[in-house]
Design a protein. Structure first.
Length: 332
């Protein structure tokens, strides 16, 4: 029997485990730095005023925001992801949206209770087991999905940049430059034929990325991303109204950009502390007091965190229950 050439050698496994340990240490240090920064930033917080803002808030509006998150927002994010996925090799169809919704909710729940966005691994593994996609194709889709998110976010950041706030323009230019460089680099990588590349798996990702260069797929995914961000803006407006804050629509857009930039750091479970810091920084620059800004951030984060954690937990429990009830083969 010929050996499986795709199996990693012992030395490769040792190097992989070493890199994983270094990556885990780096992430832990990043989490400590972020949490320490949040403690320093909120060291002078008036807890009494924060409590009064939360008690006086309209929780009905927060509940509506939570329903928007669990329903329309989850569905639009699933459709944004589905538009980029390749067709199933057996059925010739795209994955069922209901299956993708369950996978997404389970992934959100895992990321909400575990650090470093652990749900991303669950999402990739579930997709591979159900439809047999190659790993480099899944990685390429994830990369393009993040790029589409950045493109949509830039569309909402541009009005903020046009508003007389000098700090917004470098942020938008940075997003646009990073997106353009990423597209150029991966597209060029996908065209390398016969070249000696140090990381062959990265070449396969580039080839998969190049195969996704379909105008229809990009436009569909970008359209769903815009709708998703609009729903998120509606949630921001509802949570602002819940704590009695009436700020201009451009501030809503700035909050959307701020919390998304803050959540790029995969540190604490559920991005706890990062979302709050991003929202408070934006609102504080608009003249809102820190306690009232934090009250909004807590309600907004709860509207995201609680429904997906509960819904994803139910999905995971139902899947585990179905697995336990499944008939097992008889042992001889």
């Amino acid at each position: 029997m010929t050996p499986d050439v795709s199996s990693p050698t012992d030395s490769e496994l040792v190097r992989l485990r070493r890199r994983q340990r270094l990556l885990a240490i780096g992430r832990a240090l990043a989490a400590v730095v972020v949490l320490a920064g949040a403690v320093v930033y909120f060291r002078d917080l008036d807890l009494r005023e924060l409590g009064r803002s939360l008690v006086a808030s309209d929780w009905r509006l927060t509940l509506i925001a939570a329903v928007l998150n669990l329903g329309p927002l989850t569905l639009t994010r699933v459709m944004r992801w589905r538009a980029l996925l390749p067709h199933d090799a057996v059925t010739g169809r795209l994955p069922d949206p209901r299956f993708l919704c369950r996978v997404n909710l389970a992934a959100y729940a895992a990321s909400n209770v575990l650090p470093f966005r652990a749900g991303e691994a669950w999402r990739s593994t579930s997709l591979r087991e159900r439809h047999g996609y190659a790993w480099h194709s899944i990685i390429a889709v994830q990369f393009v999905e993040k790029l589409v998110e950045a493109m949509s976010l830039t569309a909402f950041a541009l009005p903020v940049a046009l508003f007389p706030r000098p700090a917004a323009l470098p942020m938008v230019l940075g997003l646009a430059t990073a997106g353009a460089l990423a597209v150029l680099g991966i597209s060029r990588l996908g065209r390398l034929e016969g070249a000696a590349v140090r990381w062959p798996w990265l070449t396969r990702v580039g080839e998969a990325f190049h195969s996704l260069e379909s105008r229809r797929a990009w436009l569909m995914s970008f359209g769903w991303a815009l709708v998703s961000d609009l729903i998120d803006l509606a949630m921001i407006g509802l949570c602002l109204a819940a704590v009695g804050l009436h700020v201009p629509f451009l501030t809503w857009c700035a909050i959307l950009v701020g919390v998304n930039l803050a959540s790029l750091l995969p540190s604490s479970p559920g991005q706890i502390g990062l979302i709050e810091a991003g929202a408070v920084v934006v609102l504080a620059s608009s003249g809102v007091s820190q306690p009232q800004a934090l009250a909004f951030a807590l309600l907004y984060h709860a509207a995201h965190l609680v429904p997906t954690t509960v819904g994803g937990g139910l999905v995971l429990a139902a899947g585990e229950l179905a697995r336990l009830r499944a008939p097992r083969p008889l042992r001889r």
